[in-house]
Design a protein around this ligand. Structure first.
Ligand SMILES: C[S@@+](CC[C@H](N)C(=O)[O-])C[C@H]1O[C@@H](n2cnc3c(N)ncnc32)[C@H](O)[C@@H]1O
Length: 311
């Protein structure tokens, strides 16, 4: 198993809102957050595509504008510094590959995949507004296609033709894990691979895992209050704001994931644990905080392949 833990890059490039995974990090000074938000590039054409798309309750439609502002053209802070580098490292040579980005959101990844040589990128997501953003973003590329679809329901898009399927930061957002994994398996050609990146279920469970400080031992520890059962958490995107939108987070322990993969005829053929690139500011606890940041992973990356023995 590999990890990115020595690749620390303390730079941070926040672009707007605060996703729940960032809220689980040490707090940044308010002025740094405001400065970064002010310097975030504006994408008016994409904002208007979102506004004119039909709004539904599907996927992340309710938070589409906020998510577009957070991710933009280059990805969020964590995409840029942790998730995409680990993904690209695993993807290898993409020349001529047919790729599908499942739960693609606003499609920021498409351009990177095409630059890395992908012949064609298909994106699917349940949110019509985020798909409108993806279409607008890549309107000049005839080899990128975006479609509204529920990743958990059978669909013609899962047609066994893809060399690579990607699903970033979404397996914990879908209610039906087995349905999602069945579809990922159905997308792949016999020698295809899938790559998933998601919140590490052993260490990152919103509202139930926290950092703590042991004054006697002078260590920062990770407190896990709950792990072994499936549980749904409602995440408020802007706590304290009236009528703030909510998304759902589905916590599942490892056997739920692994057994759902086996039921879909897939096996894990690679695994990386990904660590935050962020470092707290210099202070009396910073050494212990940096140590903890390098010991407790934030995301899990799995490489999957169809396994004939399981079919
Ligand atoms: C955290 S976002 C990640 C988006 C993108 N992969 C990224 O990394 O920016 C989760 C995405 O999952 C999508 N989603 C949630 N449930 C879905 C479903 N049942 N089918 C398809 N997409 C879904 C949401 O609309 C949202 O775009």
């Amino acid at each position: 198993m590999k990890s990115n833990r020595k690749s620390g890059d303390p730079a941070s490039n926040r672009k707007g809102g605060i996703p729940f995974w960032e809220k689980m990090q040490p707090k940044k000074p308010e002025r740094a957050i405001k400065k970064e938000a002010a310097s975030a590039p504006k994408t008016p054409r994409i904002s208007s595509a979102i506004k004119s798309a039909q709004s539904t309750e599907k996927g992340w439609d309710q938070v589409a504008e906020w998510y577009e502002g957070l991710v933009g053209n280059e990805g969020s802070d964590y995409h840029k510094h942790v998730i995409v580098p680990a993904l690209m490292n695993r993807l290898g040579d993409l020349k001529g590959k047919r790729m599908i980005d499942i739960c693609c959101g606003q499609g920021f990844l498409g351009k990177m995949l095409r630059h890395a040589g992908a012949a064609r990128v298909q994106g699917i997501d349940a949110s019509p507004q985020l798909i409108a953003a993806a279409r607008q973003r890549h309107a000049d590329d005839a080899q990128q296609h975006y479609q509204v679809a529920d990743a958990c329901q059978p669909g013609a898009w899962a047609d066994g033709s893809y060399d690579l399927a990607i699903c970033l930061m979404a397996v914990h957002d879908v209610p039906d894990l087995r349905g999602l994994f069945q579809n990922i398996g159905r997308c792949l050609s016999p020698h295809g691979r899938a790559l998933l990146v998601f919140m590490h279920p052993c260490f990152r469970f919103p509202q139930h895992t926290h950092w703590g400080w042991d004054a006697e031992k002078q260590i920062q520890y990770r407190r896990i209050d709950r792990y072994g059962s499936e549980h749904t958490i409602h995440i408020t995107t802007h706590p304290g704001r009236k009528n703030s939108q909510q998304t759902k987070f589905y916590h599942r322990p490892l056997p739920s994931y692994i057994n759902a993969l086996a039921a879909a005829g897939m096996a894990i053929t690679g695994c990386d644990e990904l660590f935050t690139h962020r470092r707290s500011q210099v202070g009396p606890r910073s050494r212990a905080e940096h140590f903890a940041a390098e010991e407790f992973p934030m995301f899990l990356l799995w490489e999957l392949r169809l396994c004939p023995a399981l079919q």
